[in-house]
Design a protein around this ligand. Structure first.
Ligand code: AR6
Length: 231
């Protein structure tokens, strides 16, 4: 069954997660529909400039740990482009580790349009946040806050005023949010990853010992947050 899963993901990626083929190939597998699913971006590897090889090792390590812990749940690593280096690194390493391809997939598409644009149902979406938990700033953070509308900012501030590196906060999305109505997303989990960009706060100045520690902590916090929703 694992080879069927990977083929399916490949087909989806060929159409960049955006068109009818992707929709039908996922819809035809009815068991996919009601499985609790977390869609997450690669934390820290764009604006925060974290090393892609190191990040891909950590993603695979943490997914492996939590796929085993969480029986009935799926994890989907998302990126915008079919040429994404982090997606190919993770795909190769996940294959080597024989991670169950029905439970962990990579997907090319906009994380704010997974269902409407790609036919992929994900009830929980992770955000690579900033420490203030504020909209804007570019990247996936700007996209998620913009797609969710102002109610996400309000709901976020009710839960937390800021975030330390390596931490996550689970925010239930109001049912009026377009991300809820259109995409079926019930929760956003904000995660703050380690920062290797000298122009951003909490700059780690090439300290990858600390950086890897914080990235592991961030994925643990994210996946624990997802587990708390699933249970
Ligand atoms: N859909 C899917 N993936 C995306 C999208 C999207 N709409 N947009 C970006 N990515 P980044 P970081 C991918 O820079 O490195 C923000 O300004 C992207 O290709 O969003 O953790 C915050 O406010 C990459 O693989 O997050 C923080 O200050 C991944 O998402 C800071 O950036 C993460 O890229 C966080 O930096």
């Amino acid at each position: 069954s694992s080879s069927i899963g990977w083929e399916e993901v490949k087909r989806v990626e060929e159409v960049k997660g955006g068109e009818d083929l992707a929709f039908s190939s996922l819809e035809s597998t009815s068991s996919f529909d009601n499985v609790p699913t977390l869609a997450f971006p690669s934390i820290s590897t764009a604006d925060f400039q974290f090393d892609l090889e190191k990040a891909s090792d950590i993603i695979v390590e943490k997914v492996l740990e939590f796929v085993t812990k969480l029986g009935n749940a799926r994890f989907v690593l998302v990126d915008l482009s079919s040429g994404s280096k982090i997606l190919s690194l993770v795909r190769a390493k996940a294959g080597e580790k024989n991670i169950d391809s029905g439970k962990f997939l990579t997907f090319v598409g906009d994380i704010t349009r997974l269902y409407s644009g790609g036919g992929l149902r994900c009830n929980v979406v992770a955000n690579a946040a900033n420490w203030r938990l504020k909209p804007g700033g570019g990247g996936v953070n700007a996209a998620i806050f913009s797609a969710a509308g102002p109610s996400l900012e309000t709901a976020t501030m009710e839960r937390a005023g800021s975030l330390a590196p390596g931490k996550a906060v689970v925010v239930p999305l109001p049912s009026t949010s377009p991300l809820f109505c259109r995409e079926g997303v019930t929760h956003v989990i904000h995660v703050l990853g380690p920062n290797m960009n000298p122009k951003r706060p909490n700059f780690l100045n090439k300290d990858y010992k600390k950086g890897c520690e914080v990235l592991r902590e961030a994925y643990s916090a994210l996946f624990e947050g997802f587990a708390s929703i699933v249970k």
